[in-house]
Design a protein around this ligand. Structure first.
Ligand code: PEP
Ligand code: MG
Length: 568
């Protein structure tokens, strides 16, 4: 068995189609007829763009608009004025078009390759794909063709480039295995969009698997099993059938509203951390973003992102989501979320310390650029602001004051924004839950953060295994607070959602439905499962289950009871 990164769920069983890289070797020549060489290069670019455009059209059909954009982006890259100018200058100095292409592209590939950000690092693969395409066009060589693979092929390739993915005929492919690439690579994105099991980053796999060999790909576990024995075949075939059946049932909920068996409407949104995650929300049929964890824009950076960088990120996200709600949570740092570029002082008890809203209210130089960036992005979609770790009314009022100050600055500069942008709060501290009646009068919406609410209520660290037995949102104390938050929100007629992990727990869902939740925000792969779960309950059954569950006095009894009624 070989290990790699599971990049797209599912079990694939088929025969290996080991794809060799195209031979792009060439002889370095000195160029005498400069103008002819420049024309040769221009012709290669034109040829490349024609092919990329055709491939993009094909990808549009098979994997959707966003994937096709990857290839159209390559056409923009190849025509980038700076890159082109540098390349033509080399040719003018007597370098042959092949070497000029290799030299200039390699320079830019090296720049992107060293970037910390996963997304930007992936641009190196795009550039390398473009480079190979131009070289193949210059040399008149044909790149690997994946269009004519036999049915049940498991593609085994060093690196699955965007142009290769455009050639994939989904019906013929059982799985994908690569030597290079991670969960954020194009290969992973396309594999997920096509729902093909994929394991990426398996060392030396092109040499270790033979063409035609039977291979099992377990995209969930990140495992590849070459030449499986009869027992493994039986086990994985059964698992594959089960997964396909479960997926088919789930798929019935795609494109449908989230509604209980008795007709009450809910919404299933998603939690994201990067603008490109919004693509996953659309692909998963999420109804919007209930939590954008913006601290990830600050992580792994040498300096905090500027207002412009943040504006770009929020605007991109809003544009991808179109009219769907986008709840942007302001910087939630400290405790479990370290942001080294902010150089926060050491604290003995960081979970109780100078963090999240407490830090932001005291650091206008960090907070104001973020608020302005969110406000500016608000004209591009259905954007809302959410303040984290609220413990008292003053924090909401102070936060609102700073938002008003940011609005005032934008008004003065004639920069448009949504004057009525909703301002909500995370209810994730015990204090916020106890004060939910007062806070509901100050906030436009609530979102229950059960990850922290559980930790703060049970006085146990969410990351400490030794106290994990206490860390459960089904603890009676936590459930009482969840119920209180929802009831207070309803009394004040403000929407209330849940964005902690518990929102996707099938045992929690009937309780939330009964208490009166409006929205659940979960990871994109959970959307259809949560929608299906909601559809399985009538309000009356959920009410009965909740009323009975709330009478138990221990976490284990509550869980056991809910497990029993959920299985019915
Ligand atoms: C939470 O606390 O439940 C939450 C959603 O926020 P985070 O996990 O980012 O702290
Ligand atoms: Mg939290």
């Amino acid at each position: 068995m070989m290990k790699g990164t599971g990049a797209s769920n599912g079990i694939g069983i088929g025969r290996a189609a080991v794809i060799a890289d195209a031979d792009l070797s060439y002889i370095v020549r000195e160029v005498r007829d400069i103008s002819a060489e420049r024309k040769r290069y221009e012709a290669a670019v034109e040829h490349f763009c024609r092919i990329a455009d055709r491939r993009a059209d094909r990808l549009l059909q098979s994997a959707g608009e966003n994937k096709a954009e990857i290839l159209r982006g390559q056409i923009t890259m190849v025509n980038d004025p700076m890159l082109k100018e540098e390349l033509l200058a080399l040719i003018t100095s007597g370098t042959c078009a092949e070497l000029a292409t290799e030299t200039v592209y390699d320079k830019y590939i090296a720049v992107f390759d060293t970037m910390d950000d996963d997304y930007l690092r992936q641009r190196a693969l795009d550039l390398s794909d473009v480079k190979s395409g131009i070289l193949a066009a210059l040399l008149g060589r044909i790149q690997p063709d994946l269009r004519n693979l036999p049915p049940d092929s498991v593609i085994v390739v060093r690196e699955l480039t965007p142009s290769m993915t455009a050639e994939l005929v989904k019906e013929n492919i059982a799985g994908i295995v690569t030597e290079l690439g991670g969960v954020a690579s194009h290969a992973a994105i396309v594999a997920r969009a096509l729902e093909l099991p994929a394991v990426l980053g398996v060392p030396d796999v092109c040499r270790r698997i033979k063409n035609g060999e039977t291979v099992i790909v377990d995209g969930g576990k990140g495992e590849v099993i070459p030449s499986p024995d009869a027992a493994a075949m039986k086990h994985y075939t059964a698992q594959r059938v089960q997964l396909l059946q479960a997926r088919a049932v789930m798929e019935q909920y795609r494109g449908r509203p989230t509604v209980s068996a008795s007709g009450e409407r809910y919404a299933v949104l998603c939690n994201i951390a990067k603008p490109e995650d919004a693509l996953k929300v659309n692909a998963a049929d999420g109804e919007g973003v209930g939590l954008f964890r913006t601290e990830f824009l600050f992580a792994d950076q040498s300096a905090p992102p500027t207002e412009e960088e943040q504006f770009f990120a929020y605007k991109q996200t809003a544009l991808i989501l179109k009219d769907k709600p986008l709840i942007i949570r302001t910087l939630d740092i400290g405790g479990d979320k370290a942001v080294p570029c902010l150089k926060m002082p050491h604290e003995d008890n960081p979970f109780m310390g100078f963090r999240a809203i407490r830090y932001c209210l005291n650091r206008p130089e960090i907070f104001m650029p973020q608020l302005r960036a969110i406000l500016r992005a608000s004209v591009y979609g259905n954007v809302r602001i959410m303040l984290p770790l609220i413990t008292c009314v003053d924090e909401v009022r102070e936060g609102r004051k700073m938002i008003e100050a940011a609005k005032q600055e934008l008004r003065r500069s004639n920069i448009p924004f949504n004057e009525d942008i909703p301002i909500g709060i995370m209810t994730e501290t015990a204090s916020a839950a106890v004060l939910a009646d007062l806070l509901a009068a100050e906030a436009d919406f609530f979102s229950i953060g059960t990850n922290d609410l559980t930790g703060y209520t049970m006085s146990c660290d969410r990351g400490n295994g030794d106290v994990a037995y206490l860390y459960s949102p089904f603890q009676p104390s936590v459930l009482r607070l969840i119920r209180r938050i929802i009831v207070c929100a309803k009394k004040q007629h403000i929407p209330v959602g849940m964005c902690g992990e518990a929102a996707a727990d099938p045992l929690m869902i009937p309780l939330l439905m009964s208490f009166g939740i409006d929205e659940l925000s979960v990871s994109p792969p959970s959307v259809l499962r949560v929608r299906k779960c909601i559809a399985g309950w009538t309000k009356q059954r959920a009410d009965e289950a909740a009323a009975a569950a709330m009478l138990f006095s221990t976490e284990s009894d509550i869980r056991a009871f809910l497990t029993g009624v959920s299985e019915k």
